[in-house]
Design a protein around this ligand. Sequence first.
Ligand SMILES: [Zn+2]
Ligand SMILES: [Zn+2]
Length: 269
Amino acid sequence: MLPQLIDTHAHLDFPGLAERTDEVLDNAKKAGITKIINVGASLDGSKKSVDLAEKYSQIYASLGLHPHVLVEDNLFGDDKLIDQQIFEIEKLLSEKKVLAIGEIGLDFFRLPAKINEMEIKKAQKELFIRQLQLASDNNMPVIIHSRDAAKDTLKIMNEFSSLKAVFHCFSYSLEVAKEIVNKGWLISFTANITYPNNNDSREIIRYFDLSSVMIETDAPFLSPQGKRGDVNEPSNVVEVARRITEIKQMKLEEVAGWTTKNAVNFFGF
Ligand SMILES: [Zn+2]
Ligand SMILES: [Zn+2]
């Protein structure tokens, strides 16, 4: 029997996956994936996450506004629209099977050239803080997206140290990982740990025991080595688990046991 795994972060509502939900879920089931968290990255994506969770028993929803929506959904500079979208997210939190807030955070990688750098960073921080406050008010865990912004993310998170949090698609150094794990937060890895040049992540996985680790695909993005360029899907979370077995010299059952237990505790299924 296959060990049971949970994909803690996927976007089944994104192009490449949305057109073939049944096939993707069937593949996941065959690979031993028992649960999938569909993560909202925009208001529209959050609504779709709720719909997917309602329709499919193995899907659960997380809701949030990713820092990129400021530009992509024209929220930047429009406080009224931001208020409105956060209000809509808040209303959806009471829907069944909504288990977390996210993905929310800071992304300073390739900021848009047409907007003043300080202003967009400030706007990202405000959006992040407002949603952390929402999580705090509703006693919910948060899924954090943070890229090229470790220092600012930690500074803000330290104001919310009692929140349950996972830093998804972890891409920072061992030093940053230590700071996060010491706070009792989790780190989550995607199939980018299978990429030949990603020694940093493998070093981090080697360093910690698995009590602070979850696994995810971030599908449709980040297909494992050997399938790079393909549309990623939740069944490939097995590849993430397998790579961890090699790094830590553990059995697949053991990696599955830890990561599934951590996900169950974190999301509270
Ligand atoms: Zn992300
Ligand atoms: Zn994502």
